[in-house]
Design a protein around this ligand. Structure first.
Ligand SMILES: Nc1ncnc2c1ncn2[C@@H]1O[C@H](COP(=O)(O)OP(=O)(O)OP(=O)(O)O)[C@@H](O)[C@H]1O
Length: 235
């Protein structure tokens, strides 16, 4: 697996404030990582650092062979970083199809493939962004990120606030995305037990520092580790 992303001793935060300390990990092409931790531990900040929305204070951040520190935030999506923020940020007054088409970039993912992955979006293609349910908005945000044909997809709490049936539907879609390869995925979640089976690697943050880095399978089978860092509620 050739290397796609490498962080070395990254320290990052907002303005002068430091949220993340000494974060190091690497991700190969097509690899997958569960980014876990309780509320406020720095998960979103790590994704924001990759996207250039948080400030990298020190350390090295390489993506696809390039030093990301010198790539401006607005150029990072076109370098191959696809971000699905927690807020979803879809365009409310565009239709589903327009939301998808407006960002289309040549590559494997096109309207047909996105509709095949998310049949609900095809059914709703003429609806406006603001006419969708929360689950459909999440699907649209994911579909839109795929239309950019990213090398790395960043999903920030995609299951949050959604009904159990939609959660199951999204979990099977995420499983396909991580298993079908090609694209690497970093998945931020509170619900460790649901997503650890979908990823190869896991990283647990505790107050901005990594307290576990390794196989998802090892973490999944270690109830003590799960309880101490994520609480019994790691479901
Ligand atoms: N824009 C910001 N400016 C200043 N501090 C921030 C900003 N966003 C987050 N923080 C702080 O950074 C810390 C980490 O927050 P972050 O959102 O990365 O955590 P998280 O693990 O993603 O939690 P959650 O699950 O609640 O989203 C918190 O103390 C938070 O208050």
């Amino acid at each position: 697996m050739s290397e796609l992303l490498k962080l070395e001793n990254v320290r990052a935060g907002y303005g002068d404030a430091v949220v993340l300390e000494d974060i190091s990990f690497s991700l190969g092409e097509g690899d997958s990582l569960a980014l876990l931790g309780r509320n406020g531990m720095g998960k979103t900040t790590l994704l924001s650092t990759l996207m250039g929305a948080a400030r990298q204070h020190s350390g090295a951040l390489r993506f696809a062979g390039e030093d990301l520190a010198i790539v401006p935030a607005h150029a990072r999506a076109h370098r191959g970083l696809g971000w699905v923020p927690q807020e979803r940020d879809i365009f409310p007054s565009l239709t589903v199809e327009e939301n998808l088409s407006v960002v289309a970039t040549a590559g494997h993912w096109n309207l047909q493939r996105v509709y095949e992955m998310f049949p609900r979006l095809k059914e709703r293609r003429a609806n406006m962004g603001n006419e969708l349910s929360g689950g459909e908005q999440q699907m649209l945000a994911m579909g839109r990120a795929l239309m950019l044909n990213p090398k790395l997809l960043l999903l920030d709490e995609p299951l949050e606030g959604l009904a159990p049936l939609i959660v199951q539907e999204l979990l099977s879609i995420i499983r396909r995305l991580t298993e079908e390869g090609g694209m690497a995925v970093i998945l931020v979640e509170q619900h460790a037990r649901q997503i650890l089976p979908l990823t190869r690697q896991a990283l647990v943050l505790e107050r901005g520092r990594a307290v576990y880095q390794g196989d998802s399978a090892t973490l999944r089978n270690d109830r003590e580790l799960l309880d101490s860092w994520l609480g019994v509620a790691a479901h």
